[in-house]
Ligand binder design. Structure first.
Ligand code: NG1
Ligand code: ZN
Length: 551
């Protein structure tokens, strides 16, 4: 009874906006910040219920609209593993957000807790970690989230302040594993595993002085500020941070990983003075990362090193370590060693990257767009590496593999201390600590890239030359109802409306190395068109023809 009246009175203070329908998409709820108070309040309730359902495990609520405009905001939930909210709860999230009145809301909650067997009675505890990016609207939305959480008896909110999205996911994951999970713990784990990888660099590898310096575009968001802290813990790493948000630039405006990857253009503050330098760009909440270099003084075009190439770099390094580990030759160690390494991409992966990875002998699989799908697939391997072309991705290690790796390392330490195999095991263990296994993380990804480039002795140009991207083009077409397009086979084939796929096939067949697909966006009211072909003109022309089929 207390619970009912508490919910009724608190929800009456957060009436939903009129005439908007929100949906929990691949990135949670996202909209103009002014529309979101009621939604965030209700997500607070949802997070508390989720924690109760998971026997009091810690749940995360992150306020961010990532690479979108500064006037937008959004909210998403991190499950106890640190990953995305279980897909089975998304329909409930939609229903909650759109309940027209407090009475409806209460009824929905009552029915749902009954169906899910969540007890709202007796002693219990739910714990929710809150985080937000640098958007000004974050402060009042945070208050709404707290109100939602405290409208469920026994639920407590812990405010982690302004953090990157992956930091919050990392903290949720760490807390549920019983590991210390403050921001300082995050920085310490990253910096110590980075140092471990640097200490293990073979004495032969040496990068030139020119290649020492890294210049980072912080998208005028939270990432630059956090990288600043991390840099202080990493003496010896030469990083210059621009667009940190301190010098008046606007979040995501002409800056950031999304801009750089989609426009293939240098972000604001970068240009002819940077020719040849190794540059990186984070997105607004620092869960995406791309690298680039400015090839010549004459224009602002860039040589983009995207998520596919990061994936390739990580895959090469890990494969090298696994090969070393499985080499025989040291006596007294169990000789056979096999780890299942898998690589996960989406249809947006450049065709040249897929060819390259397959040529390396790697197992490459595809899922629909959205990290929840990629993550789930990658979890089927001992080591799963996944990346979207836009720079969101990570590496995940299975618990059983990490256990055997640890045992293997101990074994080497006693019989062949200092051996190549021991070092390989230690490197893999360090990667598993450096990389954020909860979710794609620009800061941890950046440190891993930096460590591997130093290990290989590679410049960004050498890295970029692993393979040459096929020219590609992305377009979006505004439509009345994007749900009319239904796809299959990891979004590579349109099954509805009938006839479109045949027409796409006919267009694609006109171009050497042509490939094209369409899909409804999960975050905007558009149909996205992707095309690649052997020349830029051909890719543009194919994309345009396919876009006309949608209109
Ligand atoms: P949609 O709008 O569904 O294409 C975009 C990105 C995804 C993912 C989500 C979540 C592209 C083509 N799509 O999804 O990869 O990052 O946003 O932020 O980049
Ligand atoms: Zn982001």
């Amino acid at each position: 009874e207390d619970q009912r009246s508490l919910l009724l009175s608190s929800s009456s203070r957060f009436p939903p906006p009129q005439g908007v329908r929100l949906s929990y998409g691949t990135a949670g709820f996202r909209a103009d910040a002014a529309l979101l108070e009621s939604t965030v309040y209700r997500v607070g309730i949802l997070a508390a219920l989720r924690s109760l359902k998971m026997d009091g495990s810690v749940i995360g609520v992150m306020l961010t609209a990532s690479h979108n405009r500064v006037s937008d905001n959004g909210v998403k939930i991190a499950d106890p593993s640190g990953g995305m909210l279980s897909q089975s709860w998304e329909p409930f999230a939609d229903a909650l957000a759109n309940a027209p009145t407090s009475q409806h809301l209460l009824q929905l909650i009552t029915e749902f807790v009954e169906k899910e067997n969540i007890s709202l009675e007796g002693v219990r505890r739910a714990e929710i970690l809150l985080g937000r990016d640098t958007r000004p609207s974050g402060e009042s939305l945070l208050e709404a989230a707290k109100q939602g959480i405290s409208s469920i008896l026994g639920a407590v909110a812990i405010d982690m302040g302004i953090v990157t999205t992956p930091q919050l996911h990392w903290m949720v994951r760490a807390r549920n594993k019983g590991i210390k999970a403050s921001e300082l713990d995050y920085f310490e784990q990253l910096s110590s595993s980075f140092r471990c990888l640097i200490d293990l660099i073979p004495s032969g590898s040496k990068i030139s002085e020119v290649d020492e310096k890294l210049v980072v575009d912080g998208a005028n968001g939270v990432g630059g500020e956090k990288l600043e802290v991390l840099r202080k813990m990493l003496d010896g790493m030469v990083v210059e941070i621009r667009n940190s948000g301190k010098d008046g630039g606007v979040l995501n405006e002409g800056v950031g990983a999304d801009y750089v990857q989609k426009e293939k253009f240098a972000p604001s503050g970068f240009g002819s003075q940077d020719v040849g330098l190794r540059c990186a760009s984070l997105d607004g909440d620092a869960d995406r990362l791309v690298y680039f270099s400015v090839p010549s003084k004459s224009c602002n075009n860039i040589d983009l090193v995207d998520g596919d190439k990061m994936l390739s770099l990580f895959a090469i390094f890990i494969k090298e370590q696994l090969n070393t580990l499985s080499k025989e030759g040291t006596e007294n160690t169990s000789s056979s060693y096999h780890a299942r390494l898998g690589v996960v991409q989406t249809a947006y992966a450049n065709g040249a990257s897929t060819d390259y990875l397959k040529k390396l002998g790697l197992e490459v699989v595809f899922t629909p767009t959205g990290v929840k799908y990629l993550h789930e697939k990658a979890a089927e391997y001992d080591i799963g590496i996944y990346f979207e072309a836009n720079g969101h991705g990570t590496i995940i290690f299975s618990e059983s593999f990490l256990c055997s790796l640890e045992a293997r390392y101990q074994e080497f330490s006693s019989v062949s201390k200092g051996s190549e195999q021991q070092k390989a095991a230690l490197r893999l263990l360090a990667v598993s600590k450096l990389i954020n296994q909860a979710v794609g993380d620009a800061l941890s990804g950046l440190l891993l890239v930096e460590a591997i480039l130093q290990h290989m002795g590679w410049s960004i140009q050498r890295w970029s030359e692993l393979y040459k991207d096929l020219p590609s083009r992305q377009l979006k077409v505004k439509v009345v109802d994007r749900t009319a397009v239904i796809t299959a086979n990891a979004e590579t084939v349109v099954v509805r409306p009938p006839g479109i796929q045949e027409a796409i096939n006919a267009e694609t067949a006109k171009y050497p190395r042509g490939r094209s697909f369409i899909r409804p966006s999960g975050t905007e009211d558009v149909i996205r068109v992707y095309a690649e072909a052997s020349s830029q003109e051909a890719a543009n022309s194919l994309a345009n023809s396919v876009a006309r089929l949608v209109d």
